[in-house]
Design a protein around this ligand. Structure first.
Ligand SMILES: *Cc1c(COP(=O)(O)O)cnc(C)c1O
Length: 393
């Protein structure tokens, strides 16, 4: 017997002249080279390949290139979460003494990073209303290096003045980072409208099945992109192969999921409007939305799958609604194949005072809905049952 066959890894992974149609999962942490010379060639870019999974692996590259194609960008980096993307941009590009300006209704953890973590590191931050270009321009300082916005705010779904902010950032020489999670490239490719950096929580609509936590980020300028990549690799913000594989699988159906859930969201928002017990409905696809005109120009007729509505009757009505709305997860996420319902006063915005919430238009009867792929008729029935229970109090 050849004793070398008993070594731990004597046999190379089998190759094939015909190639797999589906991306294989490559869990290898490390890649073996033939010699120090061949490793040199690889590090010097003469040959290409992988060395260590934190620095890159086939599953991350497959997913990154698919999202790059959707966003019309190149060199995108897959991250372990949407927040890892936000962190890599803010911490990888800013230094002590810099100032960063954020929109005032960013995703909760992005807000927290702006208000709690960056100041601790000597990076000044402030927040301004991105629907009000004058207020936004007034908040720019000489030391402002970066602006971070989302195009549709959470949870009141206001539409940022993207063109105004992009022009402002260009004039002032400030990097514009756009978190495109809510809006997705199916509605807008921010890089075509002046963004320098685009961020995603892939966890949400892109992966779409609420079974994987991932992010993606790309910068238009290759030098900026490389700084983000190096910071992410150094701090270990990059993603695991299996997660990337799951997200790639989910992404295959993204355009169809987006179209279908958007269609149902329009229908649901029309259904809820004017119903007894419903105080107001917010959906960027409705003419009565406060930023209806901007929604048309920014989202190009793609108002998305998110809507919000407010019940009369406060917390008691909210409890009755969620309990009666059987089959719809009352859960603080978005972009899943199933419709999810979130209640900002008890979740994302619970740390605010009632007055602070009121200033944002969030009452105890306020809900955000992420519309999924249910048959629209079935979904309307569930909402009807919820409304009945809420108004029967
Ligand atoms: C969820 C979300 C994030 C954070 O993404 P995770 O994948 O949960 O870390 C960032 N921005 C927006 C707009 C989000 O909705």
């Amino acid at each position: 017997m050849d004793t070398r066959k008993t070594l731990i890894r004597p046999i190379p992974v089998p190759g094939s002249v015909s190639s797999a149609v589906v991306t294989p999962i490559m869990p290898a942490v490390v890649y073996a080279s033939d010699s120090p010379d061949s490793l040199d060639d690889q590090y010097n870019g003469i040959t290409s390949g992988y060395t260590y999974a934190r620095e890159g692996h086939p599953n991350a590259d497959m997913l990154a290139q698919r999202i790059d194609a959707l966003e019309g960008m190149s060199g995108g980096i897959v991250m372990g979460s949407g927040m890892a993307s936000v962190a890599a941009v803010l911490l990888g590009l800013l230094s002590s003494g810099d100032h960063v300006l954020g929109a005032d209704q960013l995703y909760g953890r992005s807000l927290r990073m702006m208000t709690e973590d960056l100041p601790r590191m000597g990076i000044a931050t402030s927040l301004a209303d991105p629907t009000d270009i004058e207020a936004f321009a007034a908040a720019i300082r000489p030391e402002t290096k970066l602006v971070l916005i989302e195009l549709v705010s959470n949870p009141t779904l206001r539409i940022a003045d993207l063109d105004g902010i992009a022009a402002l950032c260009k004039e002032k020489g400030v990097l514009l980072a756009v978190d495109n999670t809510f809006t997705t490239p199916a509605a807008i490719k921010p890089v075509e409208r002046g963004a320098d950096i685009v961020i995603h929580s892939v966890t949400k609509l892109l992966a779409g099945h609420a079974d994987v936590t991932l992010g993606w980020v790309a910068a238009k300028d290759p030098e900026v992109n490389q700084r983000i990549r190096v910071f992410a690799v150094t701090t270990g913000l990059t993603a695991s192969p299996f997660d990337c594989w799951l997200a790639e699988r989910g992404l295959m159906t993204f355009p169809m999921r987006f179209r279908q859930s958007q269609e149902t969201a329009q229908r649901l928002s029309d259904f809820l409007t004017g119903k007894p017990g419903v105080k107001r409905v917010l959906y960027p696809g409705r003419a009565d939305h406060p930023d209806a005109a901007r929604a048309q120009s920014v989202l190009r007729g793609n108002p998305g799958n998110m809507l919000s509505f407010e019940l009369e009757g406060g917390r008691a009505a909210a409890n009755a609604f969620t309990e009666a709305a059987e089959g719809i997860a009352f859960a603080p996420t978005l972009g899943d194949v199933g419709t999810t319902l979130s209640h900002p006063a008890s979740s994302s915005h619970r740390a605010l005072t009632p007055e602070g919430r009121a200033a944002l238009g969030i009452s105890e009867g306020f809900f955000r809905v992420s519309v999924g792929l249910e048959e629209p008729e079935a979904l309307l029935e569930v909402f009807e049952a919820g409304l009945k229970a809420a108004s029967a109090l």
